[in-house]
Design a protein around this ligand. Structure first.
Ligand code: ADP
Length: 610
């Protein structure tokens, strides 16, 4: 966060407010005080002047009203007046004149202006006093000295209450104003001192407020970085102290919430990374924000690569879906990621994340590999279709033969037995098929049990081949290449007989007249490898693996004609594998087929128990 500059700081605001307050207070107090002082000083000044004027007025009245003889021994009025004026304490009184009722100046205290004595004065104020007999006073500015002066004119009354003269005086108010100026100067200095002290105080007070605020600011910045270990100092119990306490409480609560969120986040992250299903989260625009490892593995791209890309691109749905919101409606879909022969299907389940206003804020997509599941489902569908097909063929054949018999063929001595023979063959084939299916079904549900026992395989194999040799009708010779000695195998004799019967009867079925079937047993390190080789038509290379699948027939017409169900080798495979062996086929087209399988030999220890 940017540092707050001094000119924007609370500290400066505080100082300014402080100074302004002090200034206003000083201004109000100062102006009131100055005004009152001015009035008081002026009143005192005028009072002192008036006191002197009263005394002067009394002395002058005495002088004016005294009877004078003509002998000339007595001083004249003018001399007497001049003496009285000279005696007056003329401090502050700049000009003092005594005028008679003819407006002539009888005396003045101005030594430099003595020539005005005896002259008439034209002073308006004196004229008015002489005429009306009332005292006049005013304060005015002396135009020459530009000093403020107090001017007063007082009548001198005669015995019969007539105005016999007047006193005119001018007193400089400068001393009063100088005094005021001095007081103002003291006040100004005091103000400067007060402002300086208040500025200093302002800084200190502002500091006491801004310091905890700064501490809280720094703490908030530390909290924003996820560090809740520090606390702010609580200075006192005032509002800021309370704020600091609340701030510390907030810190504790946030720390708790942060820890809870962090724990939840870790849980979620561990759930997401340990999930076998892939999870992709996007924002409301469909841009990927999160992808777990399982999703990354399924889609073959790293979470970093996918982050920010659009979900539709990531899931390769750009051609199928235009708007991400359509996913919301589709709920779930299978996406084909197959490449060439690499079959790969992914099921994607879509759901939306909404806020409290039900506005979509993102999408969650859960993806899983359903290739195997779909394969099994596909196989199940094929199996049902195959079973229906395989059962319908003999049933249709039987139906048409029985219909023909019902329609009268039963009377035909030649046809009837043939037709019945066909119906019987088809019924037998169906019974075989149902038996095989039941056996396979039991194997699928692991409902069957093998009754394994210790069997010496070579002599057992000889017995099986002997049985075929005795019953064989075709012109086929059987050759054995079996080792001498005893090889023990832990097996279910009946089931192994079923395996060998299947393989050998196939070899017989598909062998040409005069062909040879070779039986071979080879001892390998831990296994016996059994092979049955014929000289028949053989099987195409690309069909070699498929002959072990249910209902698969390399040559359908021939197999059916020979009464095959297409299930024999599938059952053989299951049984060999149940004996921990492997079965496969080799073939050269036109040169015959070899069916091979292995069986684990019993361990030496067991062999020794014979
Ligand atoms: P089927 O009852 O049709 O013989 P199998 O499961 O025993 O059913 O065999 C599956 C298919 O494998 C047969 O239909 C046949 O096409 C082929 N097959 C099996 N053994 C041989 C063989 N020895 N020579 C040629 N084709 C064979």
């Amino acid at each position: 966060m940017k540092k707050v500059g001094f000119f924007r700081s609370i500290q400066l605001k505080f100082i300014i407010i402080y100074i302004l307050l002090i200034l206003i207070a000083i201004q109000v107090i100062g102006s009131y005080f100055a005004r009152e002082l001015e009035i008081e000083l002026q009143e005192n000044f005028e009072e002192s002047i008036n006191d002197r004027v009263v005394l002067l007025s009394y002395n002058l009245e005495q002088a004016f009203n005294r009877e004078r003889t003509e002998d000339g021994n007595e001083p004249t009025l003018q001399q007497e007046v001049q003496d009285i004026v000279t005696d007056v304490d003329t401090d502050d009184i700049t000009s003092l004149q005594v005028i008679n009722n003819q407006s002539r100046v009888l005396g003045t205290n101005d030594y430099l202006n003595q020539d005005i004595i005896g002259k008439k004065t034209t002073e308006d104020m004196i004229q008015r006093v002489l005429r009306f007999g009332s005292t006049l006073e005013t304060t005015m500015l002396n135009p020459e000295t530009e000093n403020r002066v107090f001017v007063k004119a007082v009548p001198i009354n005669g015995d019969s209450d007539t105005v016999v003269g007047a006193i005119y005086l001018e007193a400089s108010l400068e001393s009063v104003y100088n005094q005021l100026q001095n007081v103002n100067d003291i006040f100004l200095n005091g103000s400067f001192l007060a402002i300086s002290v208040s500025a200093l105080l302002g800084i200190l007070v502002a500091r006491t407020i801004t310091k905890p605020i700064m501490e809280m600011k720094q703490q908030a910045q530390t909290m924003a970085k996820g560090d809740f270990s520090q606390r702010v100092n609580v200075h006192g119990t005032d509002e800021i102290g309370q704020l600091a306490i609340t701030f510390n409480d907030l810190n504790d609560q946030l720390q708790h919430s942060y820890a809870t969120i962090e724990e939840e986040r870790r849980k979620l992250s561990s759930v997401l990374s340990n999930m076998s299903d892939g999870v992709i989260a996007t924002d409301q625009n469909g841009a990927v924000t999160l992808m777990n490892d399982a999703a990354a593995k399924l889609l073959g791209q790293s979470p970093d690569e996918a982050r920010g890309r659009f979900l539709l691109d990531v899931l390769q749905l750009e051609d199928k879906i235009v708007d991400i919101c359509e996913l919301q409606n589709s709920g779930s879909m299978i996406i084909d990621f197959s490449e060439d022969d690499d079959y790969f299907l992914i099921r994607a389940n879509f759901s939306t994340i909404s806020d409290e206003d039900d506005d979509i804020t993102g999408f969650i997509t859960v993806i899983s590999d359903v290739t195997e599941q779909e394969k099994v489902e596909q196989e199940r569908r094929e199996f049902v279709s195959n079973v229906s097909h395989e059962l319908r063929t003999p049933l249709t054949t039987m139906h048409s033969y029985i219909e023909a018999l019902t329609d009268g063929a039963w009377k035909d001595k030649e046809l009837a037995p043939r037709f019945l023979g066909v119906a019987q063959n088809e019924t037998e084939r169906m019974i075989r098929m149902v038996k095989d299916l039941l056996q396979l079904s039991k194997m699928d549900t692991k409902e069957y049990q093998l009754h394994k026992e210790k069997v010496e395989f070579i002599s057992y194999f000889h017995e099986v081949i002997d049985r075929f040799e005795m019953n064989i009708e075709e012109d086929i010779s059987l050759k054995r290449d079996l080792p001498k000695g005893n090889y023990y195998v832990w097996m279910d004799k009946d089931k192994m007989t079923q395996v060998l019967d299947n393989i050998i009867s196939n070899a017989i079925k598909y062998s040409p007249d005069g062909g040879t079937i070779r039986f071979k047993v080879e001892k390998q390190k831990y296994h016996l490898m059994v092979s049955v080789q014929d000289e028949g038509l053989g099987i195409d290379y690309d069909k070699l693996d498929k002959i072990f699948e249910r209902f698969y027939r390399a040559d359908k017409a021939r197999s059916r004609k020979l009464g095959g169900t297409g299930l024999g080798l599938a059952i053989s495979k299951e049984l060999v594998e149940a004996h921990h062996g492997k079965i496969w086929a080799n073939s050269k087209e036109g040169k015959g087929t070899t069916i091979l399988f292995t069986l684990p030999l019993m361990k030496q220890k067991r062999r020794g128990t014979k």
